[in-house]
Design a protein around this ligand. Structure first.
Ligand code: CAP
Ligand code: MG
Length: 421
């Protein structure tokens, strides 16, 4: 088959097709139709030339370009091309060789629509939003989390102490940072034991449920050993860097978690390497959908504010499609019904402080986790006061009060608002 044979603008995708939505710029002098056909070919059954003696029946497995609108292209893939329950294989097809083809100048996988027959093979999140709310006993507000800072360098005891202060100040969740695993100055096993003990004390002190999310990111077998250790020591949660660990490790973790029953927090460190360019790579939306499909319970989504916010773009501003799809809706994207796959918490993080809380809740609703690292531990009066300020901000919003007004009677919040501008 020639590249253009993969284009059929009259084709109506079947219910069983997997559909990809791409932004595409052909190389100089190449027509978009040919470039789109090339992408459909390379990501399904084809190569750069025709395979002369190939059995004719194979043509039926070809992906079909069924829509081209300016630089936006939709391609339908017969689901038989994909192995059941194998996310790496899906990505090797629809997000593999095609990014390097010379017929293409730029190519971004913006979104994927998975058919029910593919989704059926996955179990999805064990807890999701409702399960997590049940564990924490929090019904009607966003959850408040912090990341221990400094992100590296504290020893195990110091780490547990900072966690304790954050919890008693008002945080529901304390998590490790993405690059803390088990370094000589802070070993995983000791840190987890001490921090879980601190959690128990904090629960006793506050009468609230508290959770700790140790970062189990490591080689897969070691990661599973660490997850088991957390479970044996009474932990309820683990966190994993899903991009650096990889999809295959995540699938393994989710499978083992059927027995461990831990909440899975997904950190997305590294995603921007392929996501930030608005014209080339894979969107965060695709990453989040696949992570939800496999079964993480909560995932970082970024925010339009904060240290990770990308500057405004003039050309194709689609890199923040994830956030856009959240904004102004009664429910955010990861909450939407998706067959048997439970809704997951969106985690807002990166450069946030108490002053951001009203904006976040207004834009994204209550089913979010608001995390502040520097925004809590950088409070002029320290971690305890920082956590108090963050919780006060949440309470103000819950009670429908103006933050500045509320701060008049809440010293910690007042200081935070003056300090973080
Ligand atoms: C937040 C954070 C996260 C970022 C990553 C950090 O800390 O833990 O790694 O949120 O960005 O260390 O940067 P701060 P994103 O609150 O101190 O910024 O959530 O966009 O993936
Ligand atoms: Mg971090």
């Amino acid at each position: 088959m020639k590249y253009t044979d993969y284009v059929d603008l009259h084709y109506k995708p079947k219910k069983t097709d997997l559909v990809c939505f791409f932004y595409m710029e052909p190389a100089r002098g190449v027509k978009i139709k040919k470039a789109a056909g090339a992408v459909a070919s390379e990501s399904s059954i084809g190569t750069w030339t025709e395979v002369t003696k190939a059995p004719k029946r194979i043509d039926k497995l070809a992906a079909k370009v069924f829509s081209i609108h300016k630089n936006y292209v939709k391609i339908a893939y017969p689901s038989v091309l994909f192995e059941s329950s194998n996310v790496p294989q899906i990505l090797s097809s629809i997000a593999g060789n095609i990014f390097g083809m010379k017929i293409i100048k730029n190519l971004k996988l913006l979104d994927i629509e998975l058919p029910e027959n593919i989704i059926k093979a996955y179990i999805g999140p064990r807890f999701g939003i409702h399960g997590i709310r049940k564990i924490l006993g929090i019904k009607n507000r966003p959850l408040l989390g912090t990341i221990i800072k400094p992100k590296l360098g504290l020893n195990e005891k110091e780490h547990a102490q900072v966690a304790y202060h954050a919890w008693i100040g008002g945080c529901d969740i304390v998590k490790d940072d993405e690059n803390l695993s088990s370094q000589p100055f802070n070993k995983f096993l000791k840190r987890v034991s001490l921090t879980l003990k601190a959690r128990d004390f904090a629960e006793e002190f506050t009468g609230e449920k508290k959770v700790y999310m140790p970062n189990i990111t490591a080689e897969t077998k070691e990661m599973l050993r660490r997850a088991r250790f957390v479970e044996r020591h009474g932990g309820r949660y683990v966190m994993v860097d899903i991009i650096s660990c990889g999809w295959s490790a995540l699938q393994t973790l989710r499978e083992v978690n059927q027995e461990l029953k831990l909440v899975l927090h997904a950190h997305r460190a590294g995603y921007a390497a392929f996501s930030r360019n608005p014209k080339h790579g894979i969107s965060m939306l695709v990453v989040a959908k696949l992570a939800r499909l496999i079964g993480i319970d909560q995932i970082h989504i970024g925010t339009i504010i904060g240290k990770m916010a990308t500057p405004k773009r003039e050309v194709v501003d689609l890199d923040q499609e994830m956030e856009k799809s959240f904004v102004g809706k009664s429910e955010h994207l990861l909450e939407q019904r998706w067959y048997h796959i439970k809704p997951v918490f969106a985690v807002c993080s990166g450069g946030l402080h108490p002053g951001h809380v009203p904006y976040l809740v207004k834009q994204l609703g209550k089913n979010i986790i608001i995390q502040m690292g520097g925004g809590i531990h950088g409070h002029p009066l320290g971690t305890y006061a920082g956590a108090k300020a963050a919780r006060q901000a949440l309470l103000a919003v819950k009670e429908g009060k103006n933050l500045k007004e509320y701060a008049k009677e809440h010293l910690e919040l007042k200081k935070a608002l003056e300090f973080f501008k």
